[in-house]
Design a protein around this ligand. Structure first.
Ligand code: SF4
Ligand code: SF4
Length: 146
């Protein structure tokens, strides 16, 4: 009798397992054929810091609030007393992607983009980004996007 019960339990667990397989065979895949297809990041996702230089008023709030000292900003004051942005660098290797800079910026000039393909081959090379030029001029960025 015990032997028959064990066989019945085995058959039942086989049916259960196959039913799970069949159910998932007909449902939509949850994975993507990366890199042919890429996932759309959610609104809350924080990628690399990016700058809209036209909006930047050089208030230095992002520099002050950044816990990792990622930003270095230089600007000049012209004869008309207007500030002119000279350089705005972002050391992505230091960044912990907290998003504080985005929150602190009064003009929404700095923001976290949706880029998640930021791996590099040589981690000894500094990942400093000239945010005035943007990411397109960077070799590693081009390689990742190729
Ligand atoms: S996300 Fe955080 S660590 Fe990265 S640059 Fe902004 S404030 Fe600094
Ligand atoms: S907080 Fe915004 S406006 Fe101020 S310096 Fe940073 S990016 Fe520019």
């Amino acid at each position: 009798m015990k032997y028959i019960m064990e066989i019945m339990q085995g058959v039942w667990s086989l049916i259960l397992g196959l039913s799970v397989t069949l159910r998932n065979l007909c449902s939509r895949a949850v994975t993507l054929q990366y890199p042919k297809r890429r996932a759309q990041m959610t609104d809350r996702f924080r990628g690399m810091a990016e700058l809209n230089k036209e909006k930047c008023i050089m208030c230095m709030q992002c520099v002050k609030i950044c816990p990792d000292a990622c930003f270095a900003i230089k600007f000049n004051v012209g004869e008309d007393k207007k500030k002119v942005l000279e350089s705005f660098t972002y050391d992505a290797q230091l960044c912990c992607f907290c998003g504080f800079c985005e929150e602190a910026c009064p003009t929404k000039a700095i923001y976290m983009n949706k880029d998640y393909e930021t791996a590099v081959i040589d981690s000894r090379k500094p990942l400093k980004v000239d945010l005035i030029k943007g990411y397109d001029g960077l070799a590693w960025y081009k390689r990742n996007k190729a």
